[in-house]
Write a protein of this length. Structure first.
Length: 271
């Protein structure tokens, strides 16, 4: 990680020096002045977008206060930056547009870094990795033991709109019928009621939904995709991206990330 950051930094400096003969070339000071890193520090507040419906990553407690793994990641980030944290709760499909429009500084909301999304926004290195797993209807999909069996005519799959499961379903299961829903809970209800064969979501959520519906569902908890959860920021902000990379490297090295992981996932994943 350190070597990678140094290489990128040297490449950036070299590019700046090569362009130095042009009076219009951006200087390191210009880049610093335009960085969201500087603006956030001067403002004294970090604005993070989340959809507070994704237990145990981000949700609200009985008092309506944001809590969860991602919330603590965001709070730790703000603390290390020396600013206050403001969380903006919004629908999942609105997060990337809000980031691109500058309405929020970051997305920390269990967002998977993908090549397609990286065309319009920038991602850090992963701070958590998981994969899509499968919640099955005990009535409609009692015979299913492998996710590949769901790619068949007559199979009905429920996915949450705008998620990686939504993107993957059409490519991996073209023979099945895919029904899209705005809410995660609606997908679970379709499966539990036997109206859908399966629902695809992250490993932790699928384990939770099966435990809550043990009589009407089954769970395939071996991931069939790779899902790296990353921090998302606007394109073109090298200073801000580099600071975030150093932040992640630091909380991995000093044990903060592992402590938070154990707090939220040890009982669920057993590790």
């Amino acid at each position: 990680m350190v070597r990678f950051i140094r290489i990128v930094s040297l490449a950036f400096v070299a590019l700046t020096m090569c362009c130095g003969t042009s009076s219009a070339a951006a200087t390191p000071f210009d880049i610093y002045e335009g960085s969201n890193l500087r603006k956030i520090v001067e403002r004294g507040t970090l604005v993070v977008g989340m959809e507070l419906k994704f237990w145990p990553f981000e949700y609200v407690d009985e008092q309506g206060k944001p809590v969860g793994f991602d919330v603590e990641i965001a709070q730790t980030l703000a603390d290390r930056l020396g600013v206050k944290l403001e969380i903006k709760d919004m629908e999942w499909t609105g997060l990337i547009p809000a980031l691109s429009a500058g309405k929020i500084d970051l997305i920390i909301s269990g967002i998977t870094g993908t090549l397609e999304r990286a065309k319009s926004i920038t991602f850090t290195s992963p701070y958590f990795t998981t994969g899509l797993c499968t919640l099955l209807s005990a009535r409609k999909a009692a015979d299913v033991t492998d996710v590949g069996q769901l790619n068949a005519p007559g199979r009905v799959l429920a996915v949450k709109t705008g998620t990686t499961a939504d993107l993957v379903a059409g490519k991996r299961f073209p023979k099945a019928t895919i029904n899209r829903y705005k809410e995660e809970t609606a997908c679970v209800q379709e499966v539990a009621a036997g109206r859908a064969d399966a629902f695809f979501y992250d490993q932790i959520s699928i384990a939770k939904h099966h435990k809550q519906n043990p009589e009407t569902t089954k769970a395939l908890l071996t991931p069939f995709t790779y899902e790296p959860y990353c921090i998302a920021l606007q394109k073109g902000d090298f200073d801000w991206w580099q600071w975030l990379e150093m932040y992640l490297a630091t909380i991995k090295a000093d044990g903060t990330l592992e402590t938070l992981r154990a707090k939220y996932f040890k009982d669920i994943l057993g590790k």
